[in-house]
Design a protein around this ligand. Structure first.
Ligand SMILES: *[C@@H]1O[C@H](CO)[C@@H](O)[C@H](O)[C@H]1NC(C)=O
Ligand SMILES: *[C@@H]1O[C@H](CO)[C@@H](O)[C@H](O)[C@H]1NC(C)=O
Length: 348
């Protein structure tokens, strides 16, 4: 798909591919934690912290607590070696820690540690428990490392505590594997002021396809056993199902994962539809389910097999409602709403 392939089923805000050039900090001389970002397991008493170091470190831990000046708890995690697929085989060390036993809806402070020292203290608010609240999600896709024009504004909004969770629906950095992965490092460094203070929940896009999506799988942390390709979380009354629309387009990586995802989706959506606590069920994928324009590059029926599962589960379980599909409009930055039957398109 082309560079400007824009697409999420639920995309708010404007297209974010243009603007600010992000300088690369000269951090590689040290082994301090960098590219720090949060993400979430779906459990309000937990938070994932992920970061990278250029060299191995003997320590992978996070100090955290309720007082920025007194981080009283320590959690330890694991470190993995991530080797880029290009000839130079550049190596990075990815560190992951799960903070547990958090009090929901509470402000915490934390610092990531390696043997080279401790990172800046960041803060986040743990996710609220239960379903009697309205989660505020910042949803977008297609954000590059160069020209991330909306990043500064979004960072300000997140710093002002206007959101509970970010959902980045595919296409990161353009592309994370470029220049032996340096573009991915630059992107995640630039993202840190935002992604280190709010769970940064991710969906895979076509621009992550290199080396069997290994940059996406290695750099982000998601619940489940499928390295972030498909999984689901409940946030308040919202059941959020994340899927890969890319399995259909990169068959060179195999077809088994198409079946795995298909059966998983059927189970996940059936259970979600039966759970009365789920006021809303969102399915997030990078490509649109149905086309609201004649563009066969971005809207391609090849992905429809999983959409058929979603459609049928929905119709069986939630009569008389039909699923409603949303996709972002690159032209207007507004939300498009379409119904498969009529393929009608309305803006809202
Ligand atoms: C940090 O917190 C611990 C446990 O609550 C307390 O015992 C200690 O006095 C605190 N230290 C400072 C410097 O506030
Ligand atoms: C790509 O990754 C998936 C998931 O780990 C795996 O099942 C598949 O065999 C891989 N494909 C190739 C060609 O390595």
């Amino acid at each position: 798909m082309d560079f400007f392939a824009a697409v999420t089923y639920l995309l708010v805000g404007t297209s974010s591919v243009s603007g600010l050039i992000i300088p690369r900090p000269a951090m590689e001389a040290t082994n301090l934690p960098e590219q720090i970002h949060l993400s979430w397991s779906g459990n309000p008493t937990e938070m994932y912290v992920t970061w990278a170091t250029p060299s191995p470190s003997t320590v992978t831990s996070v100090k955290f607590g309720l007082d920025a000046a007194n981080l009283t708890s320590t959690a330890t995690g694991t470190s993995t070696v991530f080797v880029d697929g290009a000839k130079a085989h550049k190596v990075r060390y990815i560190h992951r820690v799960t903070l547990v036993n958090l009090v929901p809806a509470t402000r915490y402070y934390y610092s990531c540690g390696s043997d080279a020292g401790w990172a800046t203290v960041y803060t986040f608010r743990s996710i609220q428990a239960g379903t009697e609240w309205s989660p505020r999600l910042l949803v977008y896709g297609d954000m590059g490392s160069v020209n991330a024009r909306s990043l500064q504004e979004m960072t300000k909004e997140v710093q002002a505590d206007r959101y509970d969770l970010v959902l980045h629906v595919g296409d990161f950095a353009y592309d994370m594997d470029n220049s032996n992965g340096d573009v991915g490092d630059d992107f995640l460094r630039a993202l840190e002021p935002l992604a280190a203070i709010i769970p940064y929940v991710t969906v895979v896009g076509n621009h992550e396809q290199k080396y069997n999506f290994s940059h996406y799988r290695n750099r982000f942390t998601c619940p489940g056993n499928d390295e972030g390709m498909f999984y689901s979380i409940n946030v308040g009354p919202l059941h959020l199902t994340v899927m890969s629309t890319e399995f259909y387009f990169f068959l060179r990586y195999g077809v088994t994962q198409i079946y795995n995802q298909y059966y998983w989706l059927a189970k996940d959506l059936t259970a979600a539809a039966e759970n009365a606590d789920n006021g809303w069920i969102f399915v997030a994928g990078h490509r649109p389910m149905y086309c609201s324009n004649p563009d066969m590059v971005d809207c391609n029926p090849r992905g429809n097999i999983d959409y058929a599962v979603i459609d049928s589960v929905w119709v069986q379980k939630t009569q008389p409602g039909r699923p409603v599909w949303y996709r972002g409009s690159k032209q207007t930055g507004r939300l498009l709403h379409s119904d498969r039957k009529s393929n009608a398109r309305t803006e809202g």
